[in-house]
Design a protein around this ligand. Structure first.
Ligand code: SF4
Length: 76
């Protein structure tokens, strides 16, 4: 699963949303988030992000960002 972090705040690009094959990006309050259960881990969004805000959840200390992404993607 890929997850969006706070580098996304105030970023106006939506290149990631356009390439996602399963449409699992959602709009949070001031940044985009990825629904962690809908992401199929394809990785195509990661190089599209100009802010380096999309990281795999296998990196260290990602738990809080996974929960943040889940919280804001389930409001819909
Ligand atoms: Fe969508 Fe693939 Fe990025 Fe997951 S890794 S958010 S499925 S583009």
């Amino acid at each position: 699963t890929y997850i969006v972090n706070d580098n996304c705040i105030a970023c106006k690009y939506t290149d990631c949303v356009e390439v996602c094959p399963v449409d699992c990006f959602y709009e949070g309050e001031n940044m985009l988030v990825i629904h962690p259960d809908e992401c199929i881990d394809c990785g195509v969004c990661e190089p599209e992000c100009p802010a380096d805000a999309i990281r795999p959840d296998t990196e260290p200390d990602m738990e809080k960002w996974v929960e943040f992404n889940r919280k804001y993607s389930e409001k819909w």
